[in-house]
Structures are given as structure tokens and as C-alpha cells.
Ligand binder design. Sequence first.
Ligand SMILES: NC(=O)C1=CN([C@@H]2O[C@H](COP(=O)(O)OP(=O)(O)OC[C@H]3O[C@@H](n4cnc5c(N)ncnc54)[C@H](OP(=O)(O)O)[C@@H]3O)[C@@H](O)[C@H]2O)C=CC1
Ligand SMILES: CC(C)(CO)C(=O)C(=O)O
Length: 338
Amino acid sequence: MKVCIFGAGAIGGFLGVMLERAGCEVSMVARGAHLETMRRDGVRLLMENAEHHARPHCTGDPAELGPQDYVIICLKAHSIPAVVDRMIPLLGNDTSVVTAVNGIPYWYFHRHGGEREGATLESVDPGGRQWEILRPERAIGCVVNPATEVVEPGVIKHVYGDKFPLGEPSGERTERIVRLATAMEAAGLKAPIRDNIRDEIWLKLWGNLCFNPISALTGATLDKIAHDPDTRALAKAMMLEAKSIGDRLGVHFRVDVERRIDGAGAVVGHKTSMLQDLERGRPMEIDALVTVVQELGALVGVPTPTIDTVLALIRQRGEVAGLYQKQKVPDSAVLCPA
Ligand SMILES: NC(=O)C1=CN([C@@H]2O[C@H](COP(=O)(O)OP(=O)(O)OC[C@H]3O[C@@H](n4cnc5c(N)ncnc54)[C@H](OP(=O)(O)O)[C@@H]3O)[C@@H](O)[C@H]2O)C=CC1
Ligand SMILES: CC(C)(CO)C(=O)C(=O)O
């Protein structure tokens, strides 16, 4: 089974090493010093009780690789629009594209049903390019639950977790998703197949939407945000706005808002990825986690005053730090031409 990890950083490096160990023919697209080290020395994965080493085909040029069975996109969401054309050589007739990325994916309204079927979201898929090039029919949804880090070029540290829930946009149990889940399970990962992956995407997004910008604005860890009554109230207000949007889109939230905040608050001393990105001078994943919820609110007619306020602040924080560029978002999603 040929698998290309596009964006083999913290999550992609982890997945790639595990899949190669399970016998998949893995290639990795990366760049910079990390790529050079992986090419020369292979990839090292540090786990709590083990260290693994793998030698996948690592490249900066996807055209070297040819069509794949699966392309697993593990880029930060904001990196995807610029590289989507470079994925073309990886796509054959039967290639599946797995979106192992936080936030709302480009294919969200594919097989969604109802009046928004086929809509694209400008904040995550500007101009509908991913929809047009990757095609939504190829997409398999994936939620990333583990935490991993690139601790030095070529070296990935696994921090916790092994679960990557998967789901077809249609909710069907297709042969291709079963094959992927089987390979991931053989690699020692958990890959439950969900019949509504969108619910799982929203459950993760619910936390990212509020904790990530609040932490980046305040410097606070998850437990501090959840335990301080004022920031807890702010997070809750954002989550309730998001829930109203999700409800209109048919999302089922399997936990209530207080339990979701308590769950995040139980993780003591953890800095969100957005705070880590700000502190390390790396581009911030604002649009796929926050702007998109504002865009969805406009689409379904739910006002988002609290989200709007926090979004204005975090965008400005990102711009001032030189880590974010605002893109123009229309009032509502556009319908993608067939
Ligand atoms: N890491 C984690 O613990 C978690 C991450 N996630 C989500 O998973 C997704 C992936 O995150 P993560 O693995 O941390 O991100 P990383 O930044 O570690 O990995 C992305 C990799 O893609 C590389 N890349 C970017 N652009 C290109 C390009 N044009 N060509 C080749 N390589 C490129 C990056 O290089 P460079 O570094 O040079 O930019 C980087 O090595 C994100 O959506 C994130 O929010 C979710 C849960 C936990
Ligand atoms: C904060 C957390 C753990 C979930 O909300 C996360 O996914 C992130 O740091 O990006």
C-alpha cells in the first residue's frame, strides 16, 4: 500500500514511521533542515518506552513519487492552499486524500446533504482550489488526537495519544476506509471508523476555537483558562455560539459544554498549539480554527459576536507578530462549479 505523507512534521512524521513499520510503502514530503536530515539519516521517533527508526523515501518534490493509494495531508491548515497544485502528481484514479489536519476540511459539504451540499469555505479553501484539484470524492476525514513534536530536525517526539478517528464524508464503510484503518491498526494506532466524522471534527474544533486563541492572547495554559471564571465564561460563550451553528448544520455534540471545558482543564500545564506557534515565531493556524466558524455562522445565519471579537484580537496579534495574514472572506460560502 503506497502512502504519501504530505507535510511530514510532528504528526506526519509520527504517522509515517508507524505506517512504515507496519509494512506500508511510505514516502514523506517535507522541507528544510528537517527534510535534509531525514533524507540523510532517516526519521527517529521517540516514544515513552521505545525508540523507532525508519527510512522512508523523503523528498521535497512530490513529482518524484507518482500516484499513491493514500495521500495523508499532515500540513498545518494554512499551508495547504499554497501547495495544493504540487499534490497533482500524487493523484491517480483511485487515490484517497486523508485530511489529518485540525479544523474544518475542504470537503466538509461533500455528501452533507441539504441546501449547502457542494459549498466550499473560503477561509479554509480559498477559491475552492482544494475542492477542484483534490476533489471531494477522494476525501477521507481524520481527526488528530495524539500530540507529537519535532524536537530537532529528523527527530519526532511522541507526547501522548494514538487515536486517529476516520470517516467517509458519506458515513459509509467503504473498502478504502477499512483498508486504511486496518493498516493504521496494524501500525499500533487506533483508527475507529466513524459514521459521522463531522461530529468528531466539531468536538475537537469546539476546544480549538476558544482555547487556542485565548491562550495565545493571554499566555495561559489550558487549566488556567478553564479554571479562571472570566476566561471560562469567555470560552463557554464562544462554544455556545459554535454549538448554535453546529446544531443548524446537523452536528451532534455528544458532551455538553461544561464537560468539554472540564476535559480540557484537566490537562495541567499544557500550552495550546497556537500559543506554542506564537512563542516559536511560526505561522498561526487561525483561519481553520476560528475564522471558519465565523464563516459558517454567516452561512447559516447565526450571529457570532463573541467569536468575532476574539477573532479580531487574535488576528491582530498574529499580524503584529508577523505570523498571520488576513485574507478576505466573503459573507457566505460559494458554490463550487461542478
Ligand atoms: N503536533 C500535534 O501535537 C498536533 C497537531 N495537530 C494538527 O495536525 C496538523 C499538523 O500539525 P503538525 O504536525 O504539528 O505540524 P508541523 O508544522 O509539525 O508539520 C507540518 C510539516 O509540513 C512542512 N511543510 C509546510 N509546508 C510545506 C511545503 N510547502 N512543502 C513541504 N513541506 C511543508 C512543515 O515544514 P516547516 O516546519 O518548515 O513549516 C512541517 O514540517 C495541524 O493541523 C495541527 O493543528 C492536531 C493535534 C495535535
Ligand atoms: C488545545 C488542544 C489540546 C485542544 O483544544 C489542541 O488541540 C491544540 O493545542 O491545538
